[in-house]
Design a protein. Sequence first.
Length: 574
Amino acid sequence: MAVQKYLCGPCLEDKGEIEGIVYCRDCEEPLCGKCKQDHERIKVSKHHNLCDFADVPPQEIQELLKSLIACPSHEKEEVIYLCKDHDRACCNKCVLTDHRKCEEVRVLSDIVHDLKADCTGLKTVLHDLHQQGERLLEHERKHEEFVSEIESQVLSSLKTIKQKLFDMYAQLENEVLTAISEKKKLIIEKIKTNTEKSRQLLNDIKQQSTYMEHVDTFGTNEQVFLLQRQLTKDAVCRLKSTVGELDTSRSNSSFKCFQNSSFDLLLKEIKNSLKIEDFTCETVSDTSDTDNSHDKPFPERIAQLQSTTDLSIIPMLDKAKCPDPESCIWLDKYIVIQLSEEKALLVIKEDSDFVLSKFSCNSIPVSVSKTGPTDMVITMPYAGTIAFAQLRFGNVQVVKELKTRVPYNDVTINAALNQYICLSSTNGQIDILNNDGTMFSEIRLHSVIKEFAQSGLSFFTLNSYTNMLIMSDGISDELMVFNLNGKTKLAFYHPEITFPRQLAVDPSGNVYVTSNRRSIHQISPNGSIRSVLKKHEINGIFGICFNSTFDKFAITGGGRIMESKAYMKLYQFN
């Protein structure tokens, strides 16, 4: 590899090619031994900053340093002042022509001296952005693996069919593999696009970080300060915007193999036995806006009452009080119910009408949320804690209690990223926690959403089909739909929905909400609404939960607040 030669600048002007021995940072050119002596002897240049070539910044950084100190309006002038009225760096000419009437024009060196320019904050921001970029890249890699696993599962199903149905197998294999190929092609194309954009983002972040390191090393305090301003106003905003766009366009399309009939019936209906359909999997996150093209048919479903459990007979610590059941969840074959103003959870088996067990909490629970097949999170905001628990043989067992920085009133899970999304009505904020309970980030809520969340009668959940958060408000009788960036998508109001409380979402993205008007409503992803359950004998519905197959659901209500018997009712769809 050839070593770069630095030829003396003054000698080159005289058409002489003499290798330089030092570099003058002020003149920005190499000097030979003779020119160095002349440089040190001449009064104008005797105090110039000379250095070894090893300490010369790269040409790109030299240009960056020049651009930082150059006046944007007068290329040959250096900026000396900062006009805070216009938020603009300016030279002597600018000050005389454009900023004479400005009230606050300060000398740049004085500002730098007072502030003591430091790049630590920006380095941290760039580091965080780099980590987010890495996570986005890792997300795409894992999703590609996940899609390949789905393909393997479908191929395994095909082999099983092939053993029983030789004659029809060729046709089935052709149809299924063609569908997979087409869908996978589209998915992989998006993954590759997102992967490339993520790599470009990381390269951009690395470049900005490199600029920061070099300017910090080779630049003056003024240049460091100006680079900070430049990056803060331009690069960091652009990088954050890019991260937001990549976060919004994450891959989320997948496919699922649906078996329409048992293998013994495939002889008659082999052609329609397997279908490859679009599927938004729970292990993939998407912060994109709601897409109505994903909406599935809005089927008519009629619910029939299966059983009723009288909760009013449950012994209370205060014998004069009646239980007030609120939120509920369905874990395996059990329904777990949270009681308001009582430090307890109730567990009822789906095929019985009596309470199987009662779990005493350390503080009054405000909500209980399902986070896995047998996992749950219990919020206890009055104690400033949330409890991670499991249901084992019909009994609640706390695995870990976590002290939170703010009181959380409700928790939902983002299974795609293995994160917990926590609502604090007291503070009007939503935090995202890692699966170990550590803080990941805070969702910056629009002021409208923040006010909505502070009602104190809010429940919320994540619609994994649309990847949107839905929040109910028992005071305004509204539902709010917004994305994980805190941007409002829809404020939903319907005269039939009063005092909405707990929410539930099915795999098709339909939202079920309880209403104090003795009804339950289903809202499709595009906002269509109809009544699922409307019975005169139902009073004061608070909680709703579905079983894993979404053909049964339980509701809770009544109690002291409604001046009626507390109950849990179990329904099944026909």
